[in-house]
Design a protein around this ligand. Structure first.
Ligand code: THU
Length: 127
């Protein structure tokens, strides 16, 4: 799967972000092991701490649809370049790494950046 397509889907999802408190819009697109993609956007709340990040909503969408592991997560925000996942989302992404290393793709001015989840979250917690 072309990472540009994942970023485009993340960009489309960012348009649906419910971000009336921060005005920080984020979209994410998960590529699951099946080859299917799942999107999510951030959803905020008047009780600020209840905000859910785009990445976690995209993962919840994938898992809800029967996926067991994920291969990549693309993240897009119109607000900033190179929007990397927050610490909580890194741990949630790490949970669904199985045989292959999960790639994290972000948009930059001149293209994209590709990280591995192990690079962004060394020694992630697992049971
Ligand atoms: N947010 C995400 O959705 N993903 C990130 O990677 C960073 C932060 C959201 C949470 C909140 O709705 C807003 O961006 C500002 O923190």
């Amino acid at each position: 799967m072309d990472y540009d397509i994942l970023l485009k889907k993340a960009q489309e999802a960012s348009k649906n972000a419910y971000a009336k408190y921060s005005n920080f819009f984020v979209g994410a697109c998960v590529l699951a092991e099946s080859g299917k993609t799942y999107v999510g956007c951030n959803v905020e709340n008047a009780s600020y701490g209840l905000a859910i990040c785009a990445e976690r909503n995209a993962i919840a969408n994938a898992i809800t649809n029967g996926e067991k592991s994920i291969l990549a997560v693309a993240i897009y925000s119109p607000n900033i370049d190179n929007c990397t996942p927050c610490g909580a989302c890194r741990q949630v992404i790490f949970e669904f790494q199985k045989d292959k290393e999960i790639k994290i793709i972000t948009k930059t001015q001149d293209g994209c950046k590709i990280y591995s989840i192990n690079e962004l979250l060394p020694f992630g917690f697992e049971l």
